[in-house]
Design a protein around this ligand. Structure first.
Ligand code: GLV
Ligand code: MG
Length: 349
């Protein structure tokens, strides 16, 4: 294990000093686009205004023949588009693929100053992060970058879940994790072909009614992803990095998408991926705290004064712990209000 004394030293001569805190910026939605697709590329300046994070995807969903076009397209777009305060991220190809080395080399040396976060897919353990960490330091030094690039890992292999704490703690570059339910389902041999969301077969059924054993027994669908999301949130927060829900591929099922995003929000995630413009609005709605919760939280914080002791508000007991719960809500609301004038008005901030 690296000594805590050395943890924040650059891993290459001339590379920028690692950050001590992950910047917590609005990142309710990470909108994916294919930089090799001319039509999508043309919409980037417009979409950039509607999303917190724009991500140029080089990995899955980009056909092998388009990999180089996607990489070069992203370099061109990053150089020519004004992203305002929207963060530009990329998802590189997996580390065992023929493209990952050149993805990193070309992106960092050409547009390293435009990118904030590099998403690394199919991370299995700390060793994958260590490899990327050192290579990024070498490339940052070569490119003369002043600000370190951050790394976001997708939690999408059984080994990755087994090693999730070590992955989060592997480098000061770690910015966050996303759940990758499609690859994770395949890796675990889960028998679902859906990307995120529930499954009609995964239920808990009520016991038979002894008075009427033949009667239909109600069954309630359960959340296939609950364990993994909760585990991811704990690993991230324990290491000072940010958890995100990943993709929901049934674009037409906006209701189930909203439910999946909300489950993740309630469990502690800060955002989710958007695969289609319709999901931008869902993520904005879900990952911005509800107005009534923010107003309630402000009321509790005001009534609690220095945050100690107990008070009754509307028949509900409030104490130091609820004060902290309310602070989570208000801090998030304040950050989002600074970006979004409509939210500022609704939150009365
Ligand atoms: C995302 O990459 C997933 O595999 O779900
Ligand atoms: Mg995947």
């Amino acid at each position: 294990m690296r000594s805590p004394k050395h943890f924040f030293q650059p891993l290459a001569v001339g590379a920028p000093t690692p950050l001590r805190e992950v910047p917590f910026k609005p990142s309710r939605m990470i909108h994916f686009f294919d930089p090799s697709n001319e039509k999508m590329a043309a919409k980037v300046p417009d979409i950039a205004k509607k999303t917190d994070v724009l991500l140029g995807n080089l990995e899955d969903a980009i056909a092998a023949d388009n990999k180089l076009a996607a990489r070069h397209g992203l370099i061109r777009i990053a150089r020519s588009v004004d992203f305002g305060d929207t963060q530009l991220w990329t998802r590189i190809n997996s580390l065992d693929s023929p493209w990952a080395l050149d993805d990193l080399t070309e992106l960092v040396t050409n547009i390293g100053d435009k990118l904030e976060v590099i998403m690394v897919p199919k991370v299995e353990g700390a060793w994958d992060i260590h490899y990327v960490d050192r290579l990024l330091a070498q490339l940052e030094a070569r490119a003369g970058l002043k600000k370190p690039l951050l790394v976001h890992a997708i939690l999408e292999t059984a080994a990755g879940v087994a090693n999730v704490e070590e992955i989060c703690a592997a480098s000061p570059r770690m910015q966050g994790l996303s759940l990758g339910p499609a690859d994770l389902a395949a890796s675990r041999r889960m028998k679902t072909t859906r990307v995120g969301g529930g499954h009609p077969g995964y239920v808990v059924r009520a016991d038979p009614d002894p008075a009427n054993p033949e009667a239909v027994r109600p069954a309630v669908q359960q959340d296939l992803w609950h364990y993994t999301v909760a585990r991811m949130v704990d690993a991230c927060v324990a290491n000072g990095i940010l958890p995100y829900y990943g993709p929901f591929a049934d674009i037409r099922d906006t209701v189930a998408c909203e439910d999946q995003f909300r489950n993740a929000f309630l469990l502690g995630c800060v955002g989710a991926w958007s695969l289609h413009p319709v999901q931008l609005d869902i993520a904005r709605k879900v990952f911005s705290p509800p107005v009534d919760e923010v107003l309630w939280s402000k009321k509790v914080i005001e009534a609690m004064g220095d945050g100690t002791g107990a008070v009754m508000i509307d028949g509900k007991m409030q104490d130091d712990a609820t004060f902290k719960q309310c602070q989570v809500m208000v801090h998030l609301a304040e950050m989002l209000a600074a970006k979004d004038p409509e939210l500022k008005v609704s939150y009365q901030l």
